[in-house]
Structure formats: C-alpha cells, structure tokens
Design a protein around this ligand. Structure first.
Ligand SMILES: *Cc1c(COP(=O)(O)O)cnc(C)c1O
Length: 388
C-alpha cells in the first residue's frame, strides 16, 4: 500500500470476497458488513441478479460516447421519471459529479431566462455534497476546504434547524437551496417533513429552485424510494449516486422540466456518464429496489432494527445519546468519541463507520436478513457492556 496517497486513514484490514451482508478476509474470517461501501452496495455483495447483468452486458457493449444514442440509459431514465417527480435525467459517475451538475443545472436555468446574477446556492453549514472544489465550498466545512483555496464563491450557508438564519441568508440572487433530507456524513440528521415543506414554500415564494441531495439517503435507503417522499414535497432537482449502482459507480441528476430547460446541447457532458454497462446495472438495481414489496420489507425490517436499537439505548443510557435516522440509514450517537467503540465492533466482526457528532453509522444492505440484524444487536450489546 506504500504508493497510495495518504489521504485516507485506513483500517489495517482488507477483504478478498463478499457475499450478501458479509465480507471475508483472505484468511476466510467473516465480517458482518454494515458499511456496505458507505450505502453503495444497496443489495449487498455479489447479488446474483447483478452478477448476471454485468456478465451479460460485458459481452455486448461496455462503453460508447454520448455522441450516440444509448438505449440502456433511455430506459433507466424513463423508469426513474415514471417513479418520481422528474421529467429528465442526466447521468454522471459519482455523487460529487451529480451535486456539481445539479448546481450547474440551477445556475444555467436562471441564466437561460435572463437572470444570470441569480446564481448563489444556499446550503447547510457543515453538510456534505462531495469532494470536488465546488462541492467542498458548498459544504461550508472548514476542515474540508482548508488548504484548497482560492475559495470557490457563490455559496451561502445557514445552520441546521435555524430558520431565522435560513431566511436571513436568502436574497434576490439565491438560485437554489441545496440540502440533504437526511444528512449522512453530517451525523444522520433528519430534516423533519414540516421543514422540508417549509423549504418548498419558501422556494416557491422567492422563485428559488429546491435541490435535495439524495446521494446517500435515496434509492430505498430510508425505507421510501426517496427520503423526501414522506413529506410529499416535490423538489426541482435531485442528485443521486451511491445506492443506484449497487457497487458500480453511477451518478445522476433528476430534474423537472423547468430546471432542465437551460441544459441545451453542449452545456454539460461526461465521457463515462451513462455508458451501457453502467446503465444496465442501474436498470437491474432499480427494478429490484423499486418493487413495492421490496421497499415494504425495508420498512418493516428497519423498524424492527430501530426498535432493538432504542432498547439498547434504554439499556445503556449513559453511553448512547440518540438513535438517529430512518430506514437503514442509521446513526448511533454516543456521549463520547466513537473511534474506540467502532474498533471494538470490528474486533467482534461487525463493520460500521463514523459520521460527525460522535455518531456510529450503521448501513446494512437493504436486503439484510432479520437473523443478521439480530447478530448485529448481539455484538452491539456486547460492546456497549464494555463501554458503559
Ligand atoms: C457521498 C455523498 C456525496 C459524494 O459522493 P461521491 O460519490 O463520493 O462523490 C454527495 N452527497 C452526499 C449526500 C453524499 O453522501
């Protein structure tokens, strides 16, 4: 590993194989994987239908330029639009490309209607929208932007839950408000439905586009296809990524007609975005996850798991401060730094990952089995006993 840039603080472990909810080291040691590539492997490892899809498509066609029609992408876009608020889809390869493209779409719309100065994007302070230059400045995080100046301008920030600061930061040049309905990296903080509705009303009143970043909380992760659905709000632009590829890199921006109207030929592009191999995989993942029965089981199983976690919190009130999140986007907030706790879970063969605010993030695959959830609770209970 000596030649890899040291930008990650990696754990001293690697895996050779994965199956469903489990990862295996080269020595065959089995770990319950409740990281799943950070909400990426939505269907667990080595799902048979995805293996079949990738095998079949790999024999036909991997990549062609977006200079040509790509029927596999047309098909995926059609399905996504049929299921959601969207009328148009733009394919990318990652989350940060999707959020950047979302920003471009919003700015381009106002430019195209003769309001080029209406270009500022309002975001939550210390949110997460990815790691490209614009995305780190969108996050408003000191840590992520340090040393990467000059600053990318055009972003304003308000504090999570602070309605006064939100209203104060809006001005006539605000083009879009961009928030995660459930903040992932930020500590699994859910924006309440009534706040999302308030945001929508505010945007309508001030002629602002609403961008909901569903890169982490979308594609069934919350128990609904999109986390915002429960609020019955209709956003204008929604970047997605992580879960839609089931482990294959895919990003996309969903948008309504109005938002899409500025994106005329030549305004944006991506060499890899939307290639036939990626699109076939996206089609298969979407077919599995968007099935009503599937989402019902995500809701039911995750509610069961949340109940177990709440019981754990009641059993260890001095250790666990809060059980956060929805569906299988879960945060266990501790009263203390979570590093050692996460390492102890790993020693007991349960993989989890940190988020801000002392949160242990728990991300099972959406098709996790009840027996696997029970196994996780057992391990959590054991580690809580040690830490209480
Ligand atoms: C992960 C994430 C991103 C960035 O995705 P990448 O694929 O890492 O570029 C953007 N927004 C949210 C909410 C995320 O969780």
């Amino acid at each position: 590993m000596g030649n890899l840039v040291k930008n990650y603080n990696r754990k001293k472990i690697s895996f050779m194989k994965g199956k469903g909810s489990y990862l295996y080291t080269s020595k065959g040691i089995k770990y319950l994987d409740f990281v799943q590539g950070i909400a990426v492997n939505s269907l667990g490892h080595a799902h048979p239908r995805l293996i079949k899809t990738i095998n079949n498509q790999s024999k036909k066609l991997w990549h062609v330029s977006n200079a040509f029609q790509i029927p596999e992408g047309e098909k995926l876009a059609k399905k996504l639009c049929k299921k959601t608020f969207a009328s148009y889809v733009l394919f990318q390869n990652s989350g940060t490309e999707a959020t950047e493209a979302a920003i471009k779409v919003a700015r381009r719309y106002f430019y195209s209607i003769g309001k080029p100065k209406k270009n500022r994007i309002l975001c939550i302070k210390n949110s997460f929208h990815g790691r490209t230059l614009a995305a780190i400045y969108a996050s408003g995080s000191k840590k992520m932007t340090e040393g990467f100046g000059p600053k990318v301008t055009g972003f304003d920030h308000f504090k999570f839950g602070d309605h006064n600061s939100l209203k104060k930061k809006i001005n006539k040049n605000t083009a879009a408000i961009m928030v995660e309905p459930i903040m992932g990296e930020g500590g699994i903080k859910v924006i309440p439905d009534w706040c999302l509705r308030g945001l929508r009303n505010l945007c309508n009143k001030k002629n602002i586009l609403l961008i909901l970043d569903e890169v982490q909380c979308g594609i069934g992760r919350s128990g609904d296809f999109f986390a915002f659905e429960k609020s019955r709000v209709k956003p204008d632009i929604v970047p997605i990524a992580k879960g839609i590829g089931g482990g294959f890199p895919i990003g996309a921006v969903l948008m309504n007609k109005r938002a899409a109207s500025g994106m005329t030929a030549g305004t944006h592009g991506s060499t890899f975005g939307g290639n036939p191999l990626a699109m076939q995989i996206g089609n298969e993942v979407l077919d599995i996850i968007s099935n009503k029965k599937f989402l019902k089981s995500v809701k039911k199983n995750s509610e069961y798991f949340h109940k177990q976690l709440r019981d754990l919190k009641n059993k260890f009130p001095g250790l666990i401060k809060e059980v956060r999140g929805r569906g299988f986007l879960i945060g266990l907030q501790l009263y203390k730094d979570q590093t050692v706790f996460i390492n102890d879970l790993m020693k007991n063969k349960l993989l989890t990952i940190r988020a801000a605010e002392n949160v242990v993030r728990i991300l099972p695959p959406l098709n996790v089995k009840i027996s696997e959830l029970n196994q996780a609770i057992k391990i959590l209970n054991k580690v809580c006993l040690k830490h209480k």
